[in-house]
Design a binder for this molecule. Structure first.
Ligand code: ADP
Ligand code: MG
Length: 319
């Protein structure tokens, strides 16, 4: 379609971020890139589909933000420094107000991390957004498989906020604004990932929920873990929800928080503590990696029980 070319020109060809390692950006058949010598290139892709990952009437600015944020969160989880992004957009029709807001939401986050949009594809079809991100790391980044028995398990921020927003939305159609922001505009923990890259062992970003994602670290590392439920970091609304319902499935298995879960040897704890003042997120130790496989959960009333990572799927729903 001719409109495709005009649309790309208008919304996606004039990047606010111009990086010296981009020799050719949007406009030719390929982008031409010059990755730094001595570093590895890390690549990740995510797709957000209307009706599955977001409501069709979602605010396009926040959607632009989130479609880049989920990719930057993957780079953060590997301890990588973001550099470039490509964007594949499938649109049912050209809606200028929608595209303007979407492009702004995307560009605002891209600017914050100096990510240049270097290309993409624009097609007609059901609303769907795929973003590929590219970043750099030394020493191959933080792997899921690198946990060791005795490591402490940490999470950033608070758990279950995005899932509570979705829960409230479904119950009343009126979720609390602060929670909705956590669902729609997650803040990728890029600075944290970079700061721990030198001394953390394993790391993952929490997209599917704590038990499922920690489960990925455990199976990749062929180890087990114990987590202490009372230590899970909760925002005031999630704490209230948990107290009222006595149901911990939101913080244990609610998805979409995009916090980092990482492990580190106890000897490195002081190094992590020293980082606190310069990071804008809480860091909480929630348990320990153990040689004995399986995931054990200690609660105040019921002692310790073994849980399956898939056992808390109640709130792992789509929109
Ligand atoms: P071709 O037909 O050669 O694949 P396209 O017409 O698909 O080229 O794209 C033209 C240029 O615009 C390419 O550089 C491509 O990377 C870029 N582009 C297309 N869609 C987008 C988009 N949504 N965001 C950013 N760049 C895009
Ligand atoms: Mg093309």
């Amino acid at each position: 379609m001719t409109a495709e070319f005009a649309l790309i020109q208008r919304y996606f060809s004039d990047p606010d971020v111009l990086r010296p390692d981009v020799l050719l950006g949007v406009g030719d058949d390929c982008a031409v890139l010059s990755p730094p010598a001595g570093k590895q290139l890390l690549v990740s892709m995510d797709t957000l589909n209307s009706g599955v990952h977001f409501f069709a009437d979602v605010d396009p600015f926040t959607l632009g933000h989130k479609s880049l944020a989920v990719g930057l969160s993957d780079l953060a989880a590997m301890g990588a420094e973001p550099a470039w992004a490509t964007l594949a957009l499938s649109l049912p029709a050209v809606d200028d107000d929608w595209l303007e807001a979407f492009a702004q939401g995307f560009a605002q986050l891209a600017q914050r991390y100096q990510v240049q949009l270097i290309g993409g594809d624009t097609t007609r079809g059901a609303l769907s957004i795929s973003v590929q991100v590219h970043g750099f790391a030394v020493n191959r980044g933080l792997r899921r498989s690198a946990a060791r028995a005795g490591d402490l398990i940490y999470v950033s921020g608070t758990l279950g906020d995005a899932a509570l927003a979705l829960h409230q939305y479904k119950q009343s159609g009126r979720p609390q604004a602060a929670l909705m922001q956590r669902l729609q505009q997650p803040q990728p923990r890029v600075e944290l990932g970079l700061a721990i890259a030198d001394f953390a062992h394993a790391c993952i970003d929490l997209s599917d929920g704590l038990t499922a994602d920690l489960g990925h670290i455990l199976s990749a590392s062929q180890l087990g873990a114990s987590i202490h439920q009372p230590d899970l970091p909760l925002s005031a609304p999630v704490r209230r929800h948990v107290e009222q319902t006595t149901d911990w499935s939101l913080p244990l298995s609610g998805g979409d928080d995009y916090e980092l879960c990482f492990t580190l040897p106890p000897a490195q704890q002081s190094r992590l503590e020293a980082l606190r003042p310069e990071l804008d997120c809480e860091l909480t130790c929630i348990g320990r990696i153990e040689a004995h496989t399986g995931l054990r959960l200690t609660t105040l009333d019921a002692g310790t029980q073994t849980i399956s990572p898939a056992g808390y799927q109640h709130f792992r729903e789509s929109v």
